[in-house]
Ligand binder design. Structure first.
Ligand code: DX5
Ligand code: ZN
Length: 234
């Protein structure tokens, strides 16, 4: 399977949580494809963010507004199994987790898949892709971290490009329908080289939600358009 259609996935970690629905509505109207939902637990990572209740509220809001974008739940929590069903019941379309955070990786993937949700593994900068070897048949998404997880607004770690290329080879060799996602420090300035390394799903938090001016409905149009223009050159 060759590379898939490019998806831009704004990370709501950098949105305004006091008006989360509006921010999501406006960024999807601007042309973004996926809602990237970062879950942090003050244990696996040192930050604390949002849980299934917020996912459920957001999903209900999106349904009311006719917003069809998938919700991509990135779990930075440990352990993972207790909380996975809550997110799927709250409307998650994808659930990804870090292999270090599960005692039974195959089991956690099976839990997600068994509930009809798409599943993925997330690789920290120092985590080997070897975890994929025996579970490729249960994977819908491979997420390469280009920062250490925990906070938005960090700088892109360039070694992630080599890892993307390696993951792209594994996906192509498998012939399976698997998305390749990047997360951390992605902006207009570097999205093209990330795409050239084989990525098809681009998380960007501060790169999209930062640096916008007034609260106009069209405030994200320019950054999403610029990202699309860069992707078209790749
Ligand atoms: C980091 C999160 C990211 C973060 C990305 O732990 O997983 O999704 O929001 O933010 P930026 O794009 O600002 O690096
Ligand atoms: Zn994330």
């Amino acid at each position: 399977m060759s590379k898939k259609e490019n998806w831009i996935a704004p990370s709501i970690l950098s949105a305004d949580f006091a008006q989360l629905g509006k921010d999501v509505k406006d960024v999807i109207a601007a042309g973004a494809d996926v809602v990237h939902f970062d879950v942090m637990d003050n244990h696996y990572v040192s930050n604390l963010t949002i849980g299934p209740l917020v996912c459920d509220s957001l999903k209900n809001f999106m349904d009311r507004e006719g917003i069809k974008a998938p919700i991509d739940v990135h779990l930075m929590v440990k352990p993972v199994d207790r909380i996975i069903p809550d997110f799927i019941n709250a409307g998650a379309d994808y659930v990804t987790f870090h292999p270090e955070a599960s005692e039974h990786i195959d089991g956690s993937l099976g839990l997600i898949k068994g509930m009809g949700c798409k599943a993925g593994l997330v690789f920290n900068p120092a985590t080997s892709l070897d975890y994929l070897e025996h579970v490729m048949d249960k994977i819908d998404m491979i997420l390469i971290m280009s920062v250490n997880p925990g906070f938005g607004g960090q700088s892109f770690i360039p070694q992630a490009l080599e890892k993307l290329k390696a993951a792209r080879k594994l996906i192509d060799a498998s012939g399976r329908d698997i998305r390749l996602e990047i997360d951390g420090g992605v902006k207009v300035e570097n999205i093209r080289e990330v795409a050239e390394a084989g990525c098809d799903t681009f998380v960007s938090g501060s790169g999209i939600f930062g640096n916008v001016g007034a609260n106009d409905a069209n405030r994200y149009d320019s950054v999403i358009k610029q990202m699309r223009e860069e992707l078209a050159k790749a």
